[in-house]
Design a protein around this ligand. Sequence first.
Ligand code: COA
Length: 160
Amino acid sequence: MKKGLLAGTFDPPTWGHIEIIRRGANLVDELVVGIGKHASKNSPLYTFEEKKEGLLEELNQSSSIAIHQISGLLIDFARQNGIDVLIRGLRSHKDLEYEMQMARANFMLGGIETIFLPAGEKTALISSSLIRELASHDAPLSDFIPPYFSKTIHQKISER
Ligand code: COA
């Protein structure tokens, strides 16, 4: 049984993430969505529980997708959870250098391969920080993020 890990900060998850999760899940028997924290990113807008609830709502509780919190090194989580392969989305060539660095580091540290999936055309130019920026200007966001998040993000931003 092949187990994949798609890790990210997902703050908030976008339609682009949902697409990569669905396509990634088709490549393995079980896909773990690992919600972690990037060392240099500010405190997140959404808690792990909220991200999990919003993602599960969109993914229809699919039995081949599990959602876990990640703390510490990605490669340690991967080892402890029997992960065979890492999956990452690539939006454009701009992601490449950073993604190659992470993929190489994870291979050197744990001998684990990374599979890159090209992001869909419509979502290739968005990011979670762009969404947070748009939300702070009250822009409508349902074209970018799932309903759980588009209904709550303006309130979340105003509470900051
Ligand atoms: N659609 C929309 N946005 C996308 C996307 C897509 N298809 N693919 C990537 N992105 C965006 C994300 O929204 C995010 O945007 P942001 O920077 O504005 O938040 C950005 O691309 C990349 O972030 P993400 O995919 O969430 O990864 P990350 O770079 O924040 O890394 C971890 C998060 C948890 C994977 C990483 O920090 C990690 O592995 N941490 C554990 C510690 C560790 O082992 N570090 C060493 C790793 S070698």
